[in-house]
Design a protein around this ligand. Sequence first.
Ligand code: 2AL
Length: 248
Amino acid sequence: MRIRVINPNTTVAMTDLAAAAAHAVAAPGTVIEGITPAMGPASIESHYDEALSIPGLLTEIARGEAAGVDGYVISCFGDPGLDAARELARGPVIGIAEAAMQAASHLGRGFSVVTTLARTSGRAAELAERYGMRRFCLGIHACEIPVLELEDPKARTVIVDACREAVHTDNSDAIVLGCAGMADLCEYLTREVGVPVIDGVAAATLTVQSLVTMGLRKSGRGEYATPLPKHYTGLLAGFSTDAEEARS
Ligand code: 2AL
């Protein structure tokens, strides 16, 4: 089975980090391919970044379909372009926020999200609502660390403090990490904080793997059917769906 872990931002180090987190949990027969789009923002921490990450992501889904990929992980906590990606793909497409929140809901009565900048909190709240997770999502806490500074050794301490504070304030039973760039901290945080800490990259990878193993594919009926043939103009001409070669 081939799973593509698409990092919707263009920072290769973050793609490598996410691919490593996926590889660490995948079954021996599952091939993980980390993908960095050729266009898009260096990191995603605003609605503008998120909107402009989607063309690069959809290009990679189209490429994956041409290459016969079995399923995809969208490796950014805003789950950008999830519905559109599902329209293009034959197999499952899972966002890390949806997978992490669902996993957390199996492990305790409520979870806290610990994210990067406070300005990403609204999106996390919207996603909890969308996925029916509002009842479980007891709070969203920002560390005010920009995505590309997560690898700074000082970030660890700030994140561990934010997780402890979140558990205390929300009386929560689990932590959901609000950024793919935190995936490598998951084990350390679990040890330090003493509650389950869920990395969405691992959770989404195993959700895709499970669905494909069960022989389940995306439903082609209704809203997730292939987009209607349509001509696009200007910079988006390559996204036209009225000619197969348009997307190549
Ligand atoms: C993210 C993420 O997962 N990747 C990225 O670029 N931004 N999430 C976040 N809360 O900042």
